[in-house]
Write a protein that binds this ligand. Structure first.
Ligand SMILES: Cc1cc2nc3c(=O)[nH]c(=O)nc-3n(C[C@H](O)[C@H](O)[C@H](O)COP(=O)(O)OP(=O)(O)OC[C@H]3O[C@@H](n4cnc5c(N)ncnc54)[C@H](O)[C@@H]3O)c2cc1C
Length: 404
């Protein structure tokens, strides 16, 4: 097995797979390490904003996405207690792609990964990156094949960290668990058949101690995903002693949100509840980058209330890959990488930092019933504020520009 590559990418979620496709298409040799087997379900609301669809075309999976994804998302709603306030979503100014759509991560991530293989990337799966040494120009990555004793050291001048944010990274500086806090957020997701959610509607759920979303995606399946504070989750579990955490969350959501109650009336859960966390919203990318290039959630994570994490994963991968390709693989020495890091970090902050801060503000208000109910009179009077909020959160912000 070859162990030297132009780039090693850790993690084959939307960020890592996108970078692998783009670099491989440009002639780079790429090792893409993914510790899980695909297809796999993943905690996620699964909405892909319209701004990503031109990039999916460029990645070569646009037609497959069109064929599989759920109906176009044209309206947003805010659901709080018994209330449902609806508004139009802003359309993307694009000849073919105007509306976002939802697709299960077992499909989206597999489409991207298969495309990375087709483009020529070496996909090592299930392989887990365990430790990283060296620096720009000469990285070493220790990795092991899951379920076997096979271990290898991979080397490359460029290392791209796309391992998400919910698990410990194989880099020493973040390999410390944080102390537990009452405000830690746990993420949950379940799929339902025969739910009564209107096609094309994207409701945001606000409730005491958390927030969430629902959407009708591929194969007539509705996804319900949410984040809930540790202290609120403990109360839910206490009330439903003996039940699994996901069931306690479902009971809490149906009791506290009329929109969820209505949507799930007569629906059947498809598979088990998935959970993850504590999630780590926030900005991790420094202003001048670091040793490894960070993309997707590894670089920074918006509170999922805005449903923009997949966008930021795909688009950050494009922002970085475009710069690496422009500099050329032959010239990506240590000192050239410092320059690319600075350019990329600036572009990343320009495009994503404000959205991450805005999402934190939305999440802060949504989780506190007093604050959320303070906004309801305004939203009843001017539902279009929701349209603006969707625009501010980046739903139609097209970062990817095709090469001319
Ligand atoms: C409740 C909830 C709802 C959400 N809803 C939406 C939504 O509707 N729309 C949206 O756009 N975003 C949404 N998001 C956010 C979105 O899920 C993430 O932002 C997105 O998955 C980030 O992609 P990524 O590629 O950076 O990381 P990930 O998708 O987390 O992928 C990282 C990959 O790296 C692998 N990995 C990790 N460590 C290693 C290692 N050491 N070695 C090898 N492989 C490794 C993992 O197995 C994983 O496959 C939601 C998130 C939550 C929690």
């Amino acid at each position: 097995m070859n162990t030297h590559y132009d780039a090693i990418i850790i993690g084959a979620g939307p960020a890592g797979a996108t970078a692998a496709i783009l670099l491989a298409q440009a002639g780079w040799s790429v090792a893409l390490l993914e510790k899980q087997r695909f297809p796999r379900r993943k905690v996620c609301g699964e909405c892909v904003a319209a701004s990503n669809l031109p990039l999916l075309d460029a990645l070569g999976i646009g037609d497959a996405f069109d064929a599989l994804a759920g109906p176009p998302l044209r309206q947003v709603a805010l659901m709080a207690a018994g209330e449902c306030i609806r508004a139009d979503l802003p359309p993307l100014q694009h000849a073919r792609h105007r509306w976002g759509r939802a697709l299960g991560r077992e499909y989206l991530d597999t489409l991207l990964l298969d495309r990375a293989k087709e483009a020529g990337a070496t996909v090592l799966q299930p392989w887990m990156a365990q430790a990283i040494r060296g620096g720009p120009g000469a990285f070493e990555c220790d990795a092991g094949a899951t379920g076997s004793d096979t271990e290898k050291i991979f080397t490359a001048p460029v290392l791209i960290a796309a391992h998400g944010s919910w698990e410990l990274a194989p880099t020493a500086e973040v390999a410390q668990r944080r102390p537990q806090r009452p405000g830690d957020l746990f993420a949950f997701k379940a799929n339902f058949k025969n739910a009564q959610l209107a096609a094309g509607l994207l409701p945001v759920l606000v409730f005491s101690g958390g927030y969430g979303g629902m959407v009708l995606g591929d194969h007539g399946i509705t996804t319900l995903a949410c984040c809930i504070r540790r202290d609120r989750l403990a109360v839910c579990r206490e009330q439903l002693r003996g039940q699994r955490a996901g069931d306690a969350v479902e009971a809490y959501l149906t009791a506290s949100c009329g929109g969820v109650r209505h949507a799930l009336d007569g629906a059947q859960r498809d598979g088990r509840w998935l959970s993850a966390g504590p999630i780590r919203p926030g900005i991790r990318m420094s202003r001048d980058g670091g040793a490894a290039f960070l993309i997707g959630n590894a670089a920074g994570e918006a509170h999922p209330i805005i449903g923009e994490g997949i966008s930021m994963a795909l688009q950050s991968a494009w922002l970085l890959s475009e710069r690496l390709i422009m500099h050329g693989k032959a010239t990506v020495s240590g000192s050239a990488q410092q320059q690319i890091q600075r350019e990329y970090a600036q572009a990343w902050h320009r495009n994503f930092a404000r959205r991450i801060r805005l999402a934190a503000l939305f999440a802060h208000c949504a989780m506190r019933p007093g604050m959320a109910s303070g906004f309801l009179p305004l939203l009843r009077y001017r539902p279009a504020v929701l349209t603006h909020a969707a625009r501010w959160s980046g739903k139609v912000m097209q970062i990817y520009q095709p090469a001319t």
